[in-house]
Design a protein around this ligand. Sequence first.
Ligand code: FE2
Length: 233
Amino acid sequence: MKKNSLNGINVGMLNDKHCMKKYYAKIDMQDLEVIQDKTLKYLIKIRSQLENNSAFQVFLWKPFVEHVPELLTAFDHLNMEVTQICAFFLDNQPAAPHRDDTLIPIRVNVPILNTTNTFTCFYEPKDPDTLLTATLQPNGLPYNTYDKHNIQLMDQCEIIEPTLIRPQEIHNVETVITNPTPRITLTMVLNPMPYEYFPDIELNDRIPYHELHKMEIMEKKTSSLWYKPDLKY
Ligand SMILES: [Fe+2]
């Protein structure tokens, strides 16, 4: 047997395959339809309190789970729990590719309304030194976007079932003008971080949930009211 080969299969190829980057993964969630239904009713109820003009909304933990208690047990069968609940609202305006300003490497996205025929696209820079174009969101936070000429599409998914995505990768949502709006997804954080769905994430890079949580609180100064209060680490 030649060095570096295994039954005719090149070990390098095996490694490449094993390490092939995954940008998203489907995940099983309990009570999906009830959660979708109650979430939509809750969003309609609180719509006047939603922060104006911001596509990304972070919710206070307590009132949300009081209205949608099924979220508390939705991932029990996988020994995971939801720890933060956000939603992303999109009209049919083109959204520039960007990386989310977060330390959390994996989020679960759940379709709530009008997600069919919309695609979450993931990209890599053509040149690793590609510069970001910084713009400001209506809430004043920086929003770093990429020129489509400088990136290439790697993969895409339609969020029509619960899906884990990697928000630190360059991504956007492609939609078409004739799609009904608003497109609404819940986007939530899970504990523990579901690294096992992404074999390409190196063991050394798998920072435990509680450390990420601590860093997010410290660096982003997010409110603890946005997190599940009795986290089990
Ligand atoms: Fe994003």
